[in-house]
Design a protein around this ligand. Structure first.
Ligand SMILES: *Cc1c(COP(=O)(O)O)cnc(C)c1O
Ligand code: SF4
Length: 358
């Protein structure tokens, strides 16, 4: 108990000591652009002391993820709500797009504010998620028996106090039609001190619960992160990870190969490689789809299949996530398909002799 209280003070204190003004950022870093104050007025900044230390060691690939850029205000092409989440929201902060599962936002706070966040319209903005919206979300889930999978997200759900998080998870666990709960969180990778023994116990008790983490670059994986992730894995909590494809940060097959291999060794299964959403204020991070496909082609077959995530584009306007694959089908006739393998060699697949059923 003493031990875990010590942890708890550490992570809350860390959030309080985060850099959230351009003045304090300037004292940390030379060569910042002018006029960044107006950027963070629109899109808040937060860099907690732990992540700042990692940024200092790792440099640009991490710095660009969290340090504001004037380009955020110059972007005229992106959309406030690129995935049309609000249109599919029966109650505020809950999106019900797919038949059996919902996305449930329980906070807008995070341990760092990623400049490329898909939910830039909400991240770090106060007053959007309230006790009332959480209650409305929980009732919606309780009333809709088709909801079998709840993806708790935000913001970062692990920013909630242990007590608040445990309350939400207990409520969800008590819903008989909810089969699994997922938490989407970047915290184990950006504020590993938050992964306390008490938190691990809460997550462990909410079985079956899947944690979906967020890692974009190998330099995010420090000794502290490894320790936090082994606490979670040792507690039997299954973990996946999603990675956002970001121009100039990780749009490179070699960097992603290293990242995905490191994740697997930490018992984290790479789940999605997300093509960057066309969120307003993030155009300087976008890549072309060809870049993502080229990366997938350079991974599949060359590294363990367990290390290869599914590359998805979340279609603008609410179309949802669609997997994209490099073209392996060379030619297709009714009974003969010509398919090439990862070494670009073509093979024929015959399927004419199957007996029809029924
Ligand atoms: C991504 C997402 C989900 C979860 O999708 P999976 O493919 O099952 O991981 C659910 N709802 C919304 C609105 C989403 O964007
Ligand atoms: S941690 Fe997730 S929700 Fe929070 S700013 Fe980063 S991408 Fe957005």
């Amino acid at each position: 108990m003493m031990e875990s209280n010590k942890f708890a003070i550490d992570w809350c204190d860390s959030i309080r000591k985060s850099i959230d003004s351009i003045d304090s950022l300037r004292s940390e870093r030379n060569g910042l652009q002018p006029d960044l104050d107006c950027v963070i007025e629109r899109y808040p900044m937060r860099i907690n002391p732990y992540f700042l230390k990692v940024v200092r060691q790792a440099g640009e690939p991490l710095a660009r993820q969290v340090i504001p850029d004037i380009a955020e205000l110059e972007d005229q092409t992106g959309f406030e709500d690129p995935l049309g989440e609000e249109n599919d929201s029966p109650v505020p902060n809950l999106t019900h797009r797919y038949p059996d599962r919902v996305l449930f936002l329980v906070t807008t706070e995070c341990a760092v504010y990623c400049r490329f966040c898909t939910r830039k319209r909400k991240a770090g903005k106060v007053g959007q998620v309230t006790a009332d919206t959480i209650e409305a979300g929980l009732s919606y889930i309780e009333q809709h028996t088709e909801v079998k999978d709840v993806l708790v997200s935000g913001g970062d759900p692990l920013m909630l106090s242990d007590e608040k998080l445990a309350n939400i998870l207990h409520r969800l666990k008590a819903v008989s039609h909810v089969e699994i709960i997922r938490i989407g969180t970047r915290i184990p990778g950006v504020l590993p001190q938050r992964v306390t023994p008490d938190l691990v116990e809460i997550l462990q008790q909410t079985n079956p619960l899947f944690l979906n983490l967020h890692f974009n670059h190998p330099a995010e994986i420090t000794e502290e992160v490894k320790t936090a992730c082994s606490m979670l894995a040792d507690a039997g909590i299954p973990m996946g990870s999603q990675t956002v494809l970001l121009r100039g940060i990780n749009d490179d097959p070699q960097i992603l190969e290293i990242l995905f291999r490191m994740l697997l060794r930490m018992r984290i299964r790479p789940y999605y490689l997300l093509h960057a959403d066309q969120t307003r204020g993030t155009a300087h991070f976008w890549t072309r789809i060809e870049t993502g496909l080229d990366i997938m082609q350079k991974l599949r077959g060359y590294i363990s299949g367990l290390a290869v995530p599914t590359y998805v584009v979340d279609l603008p306007g609410g179309g949802g996530k669609v997997p994209l694959l490099p073209e392996y089908i060379v030619h297709k006739e009714k009974d003969v398909w010509e398919i090439k393998n990862f070494l670009d060699k073509t093979y024929q697949y015959h399927q004419s002799d199957l007996k029809q059923h029924g």
